[in-house]
Design a protein around this ligand. Structure first.
Ligand SMILES: *Cc1c(COP(=O)(O)O)cnc(C)c1O
Length: 358
């Protein structure tokens, strides 16, 4: 079967160039006659690979030396626990509740500290992130946690809160989709399987002045300081996933870095939103200023046509458009590796479908 257009929310599409490169060197990596999966993580060759991956990520995001970059496991979900276990908890931690993933982060943090929810997603009419003026910070919060992009409902932050306390962000589904100012954050973390590489790797970027605060009860494998001191080699890291992430970072640099990627991503998203808005048949319920560039949920005006829509789209090679079960309908995840042609092909299918059934 030829390569399809894959709109999966995660694990998500990988760049074809990256897959081909991995394929080409799978059996004979660096002239060693073995694959990257079959060598010591402490050997010279793999050390070079992880170092190059880190350097490339630092260039892409302009990460200053005052930040550590960690290659971890357990997904973004394990960081929901690691965050309160690693940061100096005074009394309370503040969380912004904007959807499914922030709710998970809140529930997990409540095992370890008092959580104050500063704001809830505004869902009266269209979904939107409430303005910071309305947020209710606690007395002396240890940090503020937010979910930069809610992957399920398609709600994204395009600004950073101004409060002067460590800002912790789950960027699983937005990291590397556009430039960000790392220095505005204390901690940034992301599961790899959206925009970075295969599942099994979690990237964490942490300001070095926030290290060294984990208590005795923090498991060694969740302790960021231990990971930083051991260059992410406190145990065997997910070597293949790190190798793949390194290839993805080089691919991003080769296509011009995050400014270029952002302009492609904006074009992809706005073409699809404009098409949906202009149609009377499809709808998206997110306010324009909070609309995700990466995950675009939409509904058909008649949900009894959902099955037909999914069958016909997938038979044309447009895969994984089914919305998350919590919101129903459809969702097109258009991460970096999803080409513009995928979006234009999707739109012609949607337009044709509307003509036939609308
Ligand atoms: C996918 C996702 C997660 C969960 O990631 P895992 O790596 O599976 O734990 C958490 N937060 C956001 C925003 C996500 O998109």
């Amino acid at each position: 079967m030829p390569r399809t257009f894959n709109f999966c929310a995660g694990p998500a599409a990988l760049p074809e160039e990256v897959l081909l490169e991995a394929k080409n060197e799978l059996l004979d990596w660096k002239g060693l006659g073995v694959s990257v999966m079959e060598v010591s993580h402490r050997g010279k060759e793999f050390t070079e690979t992880i170092n190059l991956a880190e350097t490339s990520l630092r260039r892409l995001l302009e990460i200053p030396e005052s930040y550590s970059v960690l290659f971890l496991q357990g997904g973004a979900s394990l960081q929901f626990s690691a965050v309160p276990l690693n940061l100096p908890i005074g009394t309370t931690a503040d969380y912004v509740h904007t959807g499914h993933w922030s709710a998970k982060a809140i529930n997990e943090a409540q095992r370890f500290c008092d959580v104050n929810v500063v704001a809830e997603l505004d869902s009266e009419d269209l979904l939107s992130i409430p303005m910071e003026e309305t947020w209710k910070y606690s007395e002396n919060p240890a940090y503020l946690h937010l979910t930069s992009n809610e992957t399920i409902s398609g709600v994204e932050f395009f600004w950073t809160p101004s409060a002067s306390l460590p800002l912790v962000a789950d960027m699983s589904s937005t990291l590397l989709s556009r430039p960000i100012n790392v220095t505005k954050y204390g901690v940034i973390y992301a599961g790899a399987q959206k925009n970075i590489g295969p599942a099994g790797l979690t990237i964490l970027i942490v300001s070095k002045d926030l290290l060294g605060h984990a208590g005795n009860n923090c498991p060694t494998m969740l302790n960021w300081t231990v990971a930083a001191q051991n260059s992410s080699m406190q145990n065997t890291p997910p070597t293949f996933a790190i190798y793949m992430a390194g290839l993805v970072f080089s691919w991003l640099e080769n296509i011009g870095g995050l400014e270029s990627v952002e302009s492609i991503n904006r074009r992809k998203a706005s073409t699809l939103y404009e098409f949906i808005d202009a149609s009377g048949f499809y709808s998206n319920n997110v306010a324009s200023e909070s609309r995700s560039l990466m995950n675009i949920p939409f509904h058909l005006s008649d949900s009894s046509l959902d099955e037909k829509f999914l069958q016909q789209s997938s038979s044309l090679g447009l895969l994984n458009l089914k919305g998350h079960r919590a919101v129903g309908g459809m969702r097109a995840s258009i991460y970096n590796a999803v080409p513009e042609e995928a979006v234009t092909t999707l739109i012609s299918f949607m337009s044709d479908f509307e003509m036939r059934y609308g």
